[in-house]
Design a protein around this ligand. Structure first.
Ligand code: HEM
Length: 530
């Protein structure tokens, strides 16, 4: 009996040993497989189970990633929550990846499911390709090009807003002024006139509501970003209430845009295209009447797509320009010698009786170089816009899984001491050749590169030039008496923005002005208003 019992016990022990041994072997197998797989991925830091590397990111992500780039090189990877992240900080690798089709997707996460793949910034595949081609073509027709008659129309559109902006500033009579509100209205008006033939006044209640909705939308999306890494959190009550608020925000925005679409429909004339909304309506008409073999909308709801396009172009084209111009002013205050040099160049090329025009740009290399240097040193979109892989692929001999987030670390490229001489210093002349011509190295990437490169770069460069050169031509800029200059430290938000600041703008002398706006400004100045 005892013998049988002993036998039973010993076989049980054996069974247990075998079980434990099998589990250990299985764990080892999975561990080794994982390790081998990880070794095929780009190198990078380890993280905690479930959380990945997220808990270690304490400073602004672009600063932290730059430190990691020093350790791991131009391509590194990590997990954050359930997402696989690849960071590219070498411009050659960024160029190599982003010219390829398999790197053109956007991350599949909570944001993309809310946006439903509509618009241009978050769309993918054929819908994105169609939209991009269509928008590129139509924006060119409306003057987003360096030459031709339509360029003059675009310039006129921009100059209307530049003059409105300068007029508001003249009224300040040299008092401490926050440039943000008037700049925001004028830059918004450029994009709104292009999209929907609308101009707003700064005091317009509808405009304030619209701006509040945009800001609130960004804030809400920002507060939900954790759910992108931990999808289970979407079902937590807090996330659910944020999603509800986002839905409300989006339906108010949709209402705003739909009013525009409806009013355009009511006054639509296929022989007279006023703006982008009209162009989309014409496409819908053509598609309905069978004029098009392929539907531009790829089966998506037409009006929702137009609404999202308006939202995307407005969001992409307003904040970026406004922030860059604010940085230009901050740097002019810190570098008065650069401001004086720009004004001398403007005076000798443009003269004192008119405002600068796009045609003057080739003759204003120092002014142009200064704008490029501000774009470099401020890198307002330091992490670009995250791409995703459409399938498992390879880059620089490393394996990259499907739906990996791919981040171009533009900030690191623009601050690389191996590429730029003294990258921390503000030196516009770095963009000038020994002959004094503007030259942009291939590692200058403020608008990204490749297939998804900024769609509005030409418009952006036109606006930056017109607003900045006209401001410098018309005013001297200084900090209010007794106050320190604005900080060079950026606030991290949708873009890297300067902290709030005020400036005093005094009119520069004008001679025999034939120009309406300058004439009025001159009269104000000589009347001793300030
Ligand atoms: C200083 C001004 C600007 C800067 C620095 C800037 C920068 C960028 C960057 C870095 C990207 C991401 C590219 C990528 O995904 O790899 C981007 C995308 C984009 N930008 Fe801009 N941008 C500016 C102005 C504008 C303007 C004025 C417009 C409006 C017409 C615009 C429209 C877009 C659009 C639609 C995309 C998404 C393209 C796509 O996903 O295919 N941007 N921009």
């Amino acid at each position: 009996m005892l013998c049988v019992r002993e036998m039973g016990l010993s076989s049980l022990v054996d069974l247990r040993t075998i079980l434990v041994f099998s589990v250990v072997c299985l764990l080892c197998k999975f561990g080794i497989e994982k390790l081998l797989k990880c070794r095929q991925y780009p190198p990078g830091p380890w993280g905690f189970p479930v959380f990945g590397y997220l808990p270690f990111i304490r400073s602004a992500a672009h600063i932290h990633f730059r430190q990691l780039a020093h350790k791991y090189g131009g391509i590194f990877s990590m997990t954050m929550g359930n997402q696989f992240i690849v960071v590219l900080s070498d411009y050659k690798i960024i160029r190599e990846a982003f010219r390829r089709e398999d790197f053109t997707y956007r991350p599949d996460n909570q944001f993309s499911s809310i946006l439903g793949g509509y618009g241009i910034v978050n769309s993918e595949g054929r819908l994105w390709k169609n939209q991009r081609k269509f928008l590129h073509d139509r924006l060119r027709r409306f003057g987003m090009t360096y030459s031709g008659k339509s360029k003059d129309q675009m310039e006129a559109r921009i100059m209307t807003e530049v003059e409105a902006f300068l007029r508001t500033l003249v009224k300040e009579k040299g008092a401490p002024t926050d440039l943000n509100p008037s700049l925001c209205t004028s830059i918004s008006n450029v994009i709104c006139s292009l999209l929907m033939s609308v101009r707003f006044q700064q005091s317009d209640a509808k405009f304030s509501k619209f701006m509040d909705l945009i800001a609130e939308g960004f804030r809400l999306f920002g507060s939900l970003s954790y759910a992108n890494f931990f999808p289970i959190m979407r079902y937590f009550p807090n996330a659910k209430s944020i999603v509800k608020k986002i839905d409300e925000n989006r339906s108010e925005m949709a209402e705003f845009f739909q009013e525009t679409v409806d009013s355009h429909r009511n006054s639509f004339d296929s022989g007279h295209m006023r703006d982008l909304v009209d162009n989309y309506l014409l496409e819908i008409e053509d598609a309905k009447s069978g004029g098009y073999e392929r539907d531009l909308f790829e089966g998506k709801e037409h009006d929702r797509q137009i609404q999202q396009i308006m939202g995307d172009l407005f969001s992409a084209g307003m904040e970026t320009i406004k922030t860059t111009i604010l940085w230009c002013i901050v740097y002019m205050i810190h570098h008065p010698e650069v401001a004086v040099k720009i004004q001398k160049e403007l005076d000798s090329v443009v003269g004192r009786s008119r405002l600068p025009q796009l045609e003057d740009r080739p003759n204003l290399p120092f002014t142009e170089a200064t704008i490029l240097e501000v774009l470099r040193i401020s890198s307002i979109v330091p992490l670009g816009t995250t791409h995703a892989t459409s399938r498992e692929t390879e880059l620089c001999g490393f394996k990259i899984p499907a739906n990996a987030h791919v981040i171009p670390l533009i900030h690191a490229v623009h601050m690389d001491p191996n590429l730029w001489d003294g990258p921390e210093q503000f030196k516009p002349q770095r963009f000038l050749s020994p002959e004094g011509k503007v030259c942009k190295p291939e590692f200058f990437l403020p608008f990204g590169v490749g297939r998804r490169m900024c769609l509005g770069d030409v418009l952006a460069r036109m606006e930056l030039f017109e607003f900045f050169a006209s401001l410098m031509h018309t005013f001297n800029v200084k900090t209010p008496e007794g106050r320190p200059p604005p900080s060079l430290k950026a606030t991290t938000g949708v873009t890297l923005t300067p902290e709030d600041f005020q400036v005093c703008l005094t009119l520069r002398p004008l001679v025999d002005s034939q120009h309406d706006f300058l004439n009025a400004a001159n009269q104000l100045r000589t009347a001793g208003s300030h």
